[in-house]
Design a protein around this ligand. Structure first.
Ligand code: PHE
Length: 456
């Protein structure tokens, strides 16, 4: 019988789970999907999804994870006493694999920016030149692949050390530092000329800008930033003792995550408007706006370097969690197999990610449904596989596990009230599945077909 690993401290778990949550999703993706999806209205819908769907799901994964004390695949069969439920875990492990294959590409970009700063190639450019530079950096095949490899090697190295030594320590240092630097950055951004335009764009909702597609993106984004629907949070909770306060941990993670996304938005949009850029510029947004904001500060490049290092840490702590669940599923928590398995899986992920890496250069013309390989992977993971996983988990938790057992689990380590639990349970049973299905159907254009039918 293998020994289940455990977190060293209570705060260690919160930081590691927050580390999984906070990553490219909140810092890089949120500003650009909000920029494309309608600014304030998008942010509001994202917040509602985070609270109404994200929080119950997060607690749902925590409860069954700690209940099952097993890996992301066997937890389901163990709790349902039926191996056929394993498929939820298998979908999660598959999703995580695909996710890390393109996530590591962006991780590599951050490494390339760090190298660029250190070689002095980033200071004193004009706004346009920063945008151009980004295009040049990400289209160069060899360096991007090497950087992606470097990102994967760090991930493999840390996760091979095991849960508490590697993941917990890294998260403990990085999270507070990231928060402090972000606050400094926001203060700088807010003092730019015309900064208020950007703040308004992010915080004042204009619902006429919302489309079915942007609602789907807000849903995907809410799950993506909280690492939900892939059994990552379930796996992290499986390493917990029964004394951990689950509701409190969950709420702290959600608040931290929203705060970081908000800070990222407040750091970027004032710059966007002050420099006269388009908020819907896409993935380039953070990489072209932030260097320009930083370059106007004293010691700007030094600050930007610090920012990039923390940004890299944030991406890494998320990557750790993605590979961790695959390793946990394959080794079935047998510690002796951890090292070798982590290496094999990590290298496989790197290889699968190469076409995504080349999507912005050599393979930029390889398109399916008008999307590059990178965009296709991202779309499949964020807007289809993760919401699907979330749907299945909500059904599993609320319909396969007796309500009383769930409440008993949630109460261990906390004195959470029955009312709070009931609201979460109700959401898991009805609101989460219905919302996901409705958003899916709507985004697939089914509502338009139905309307068209009635018009005939
Ligand atoms: N939450 C991470 C981020 O925002 C992404 C992630 C998704 C991590 C799913 C693990 C599982 O960057």
């Amino acid at each position: 019988m293998s020994q289940q690993e455990q977190w060293k401290s209570k705060i260690g778990f919160v930081l590691a789970a927050a580390g999984s949550a906070i990553g490219l999703g909140a810092i890089w993706k949120f500003p650009y999907v909000a920029g494309t999806g309608g600014g304030g209205a998008f942010f509001l819908i994202f917040l509602v999804f985070t609270l109404v769907l994200g929080m119950p799901l997060l607690l749902g994964e925590f409860m069954i994870g700690r209940m099952g004390q097993s890996d992301p695949i066997q937890t389901y069969s163990k709790l349902a006493s039926n191996p056929k439920w394993n498929f939820i875990g298998k979908i999660g492990v598959f999703t995580s694999f695909v996710l890390l294959s393109f996530y590591s590409v962006v991780g590599g970009w951050i490494i390339l920016y760090i190298i660029k700063i250190l070689s002095g190639g980033l200071a004193g450019l004009s706004q346009d030149q920063y945008g151009q530079l980004f295009g040049e950096i990400i289209s160069e095949p060899y360096s991007t692949i090497l950087a992606q490899l470097a990102f994967m090697l760090i991930t493999i190295f840390v996760v091979a050390q095991g849960v508490q030594k590697g993941i917990e320590l890294a998260s403990k240092v990085m999270m507070p530092a990231l928060l402090i630097l972000f606050i400094a950055l926001v203060i700088r951004s807010l003092s730019l000329d015309g900064a208020m335009e950007g703040v308004k764009f992010l915080l004042v909702p204009d619902f006429s800008k919302l489309t079915s597609e942007s609602i789907l993106f807000a849903l995907g984004q809410a799950f993506f930033t909280l690492s939900l629907g892939v059994s990552v949070m379930l796996t992290y909770a499986s390493y917990l003792p029964k004394t951990q306060n689950l509701p409190q941990s969950g709420i702290s993670i959600i608040i931290l995550n929203v705060v970081i996304a908000l800070l990222a938005g407040l750091a970027i949009f004032p710059g966007v408007f002050s420099f006269g850029l388009e908020p819907n510029a896409g993935p380039v947004l953070i990489f072209s706006v932030l260097p320009a904001v930083f370059s106007q500060m004293p010691f700007g490049m030094l600050f930007f370097l610090a920012f990039l290092i923390l940004f890299l840490f944030a991406a890494l702590t998320s990557a750790f969690s993605m590979i961790e669940i695959i390793v946990a599923a394959v080794t079935k928590n047998d510690v002796s197999k951890r090292k070798k398995t982590t290496w094999i899986i990590g290298i496989l992920i790197f290889i699968v990610g190469i076409p995504s890496c080349l999507s912005y250069g050599l393979l930029s013309d390889a398109k399916l449904f008008d999307k590059t390989i990178f965009d296709l992977m991202d779309y499949a993971v964020s807007n289809i596989l993760m919401p699907l996983g979330a749907l299945l988990i909500s059904i599993f938790v609320s319909r396969k596990i007796p309500k009383a057992e769930l409440f008993a689990e949630l109460k261990k380590g906390s004195n959470v009230g029955y009312a709070f639990f009931s609201i979460c349970y109700f959401s898991l049973k009805y609101i989460v599945p219905i919302a996901i299905i409705v958003v899916f159907i709507d985004a697939a254009g089914v509502s338009d077909w139905i309307l068209a039918l009635f018009n005939i």
